[in-house]
Design a protein around this ligand. Structure first.
Ligand code: IMP
Ligand code: MG
Length: 184
């Protein structure tokens, strides 16, 4: 079923269609279910961008798991500020737990590096990363291990499927580039 509906005009070129997202998320769910069989991981989603991805992903998991949320901020509109701020922390311990960090998009890798370092200090049993999107900017992402990767996109600002520009466009069922002049 395609959800690229005419009532959702795109603010730019569609880079990942709704049908492609469905396939990607199903594949990731199967990989995670297989790798974590017999375990009980806790999935940590980064608000707000990762919430749509998490909601779809867990419906493809066939293993028991918990979900938790953190809210961090590193982006001002369309630019990474380079400074990661914890706006809302976990309210449960992850000590000894199998932790899977769920990220919507990895751009410079600053957010991921910071959160991974911080979570490691809390002594999880294991810590892996699942990212829906990674921008093709390898030089900027050295050393960031992404165990589960959905899709690579070009180095452009994208919106939709949870991702925003100034809080808008999170509802789009596809992922689109944000064309100059399309900003609302
Ligand atoms: P990084 O720290 O540069 O890797 O940026 C990661 C965070 O910035 C993501 O978790 C997103 O919340 C946000 N972000 C990065 N690129 C985009 C984008 O193209 N659209 C919307 N948000 C983005
Ligand atoms: Mg994010």
């Amino acid at each position: 079923m395609s959800r690229n509906r005419p009532d959702h005009p795109s603010p730019g070129e569609i880079l990942v269609t709704a049908a492609e997202i469905d396939d990607i998320v199903a594949r990731l769910g199967q990989e995670i279910s297989r790798d974590y069989a017999g375990r009980h991981p806790v999935l940590i989603s980064l608000l707000k961008g990762g919430v749509v991805f998490l909601a779809d992903l867990i419906r493809h998991l066939t293993i028991p798991h918990h979900i938790e949320f953190m809210r961090v901020s590193s982006y001002d509109s369309t630019q990474s500020s380079g400074v990661v701020r914890i706006v809302s922390d976990l309210d449960t311990s992850i000590e000894g737990r199998d932790v899977l960090l769920i990220e919507d998009v990895v751009d410079t890798g600053t957010t991921l590096a910071y959160i991974v370092d911080m979570l490691r200090l809390r002594n999880p049993g294991s810590l892996e990363v699942c990212a829906l999107l990674r921008k093709r900017v390898t030089s900027r992402q050295a050393g960031i291990p992404i165990r589960y990767l959905g899709h690579e996109i070009s180095d452009t600002f994208v919106v939709g499927y949870g991702l925003d520009h100034d809080e808008n466009y999170r509802n789009l069922p596809f992922i689109a580039a944000l064309a100059p002049g399309a900003i609302r």
